[in-house]
Design a protein around this ligand. Sequence first.
Ligand code: GLN
Length: 193
Amino acid sequence: MKIGVLAIQGAVSEHINMLKRAGAEALAVKTVESINSVDGLILPGGESTTIGRLIRLYKIDAVIKERAAKGMPIYGTCAGMILLSKHINGFGQPTLELIDTAITRNAFGRQVDSMEVDLTIKDFDTPFHATFIRAPVAKDPGKDVEILSELSEGAVFVKQGNILASSFHPELGNDLRIHKYFLDMVKSFLDKQ
Ligand code: GLN
């Protein structure tokens, strides 16, 4: 399995390390050709406004949407989750519109820039120690969106078909379960080819 991590800006090498530890081949991607060469794609955390503008400028938003429509799994963390959503509350910035949900950016308030929470996640035997950094939440997800974890502020881990998104940063810990969950999605996608 060859997984690309979008390398425009943000936590790229951390995801690559986790994917390698979880047994996948992982590489940084930022061109149409490299995105077309992978079996799965991670959109990392960073600054969603910057990443969103640059993927438009480099015209790689179109190839991401095209691969998504063909069933390739995509996983967005934090800013990546924002970019995958349909609408950003209070901001007119364009998104990829691959998950039917609105997003509230920086949903945990300015004063709490960062926090760690032991999250209950659907189908996980034990809680996942999750790091949130100026994190968004999904608000009022549509009926096709599965909520895998939520806090009182909103949903923090969601899935819609081949698209997965989390408000938190599983690449900043040692627990490989979320990356393995995504790799299982990629494996099922490849099995169907
Ligand atoms: N607050 C950032 C944004 O709105 C996301 C932060 C992150 O990715 N860690 O884009």
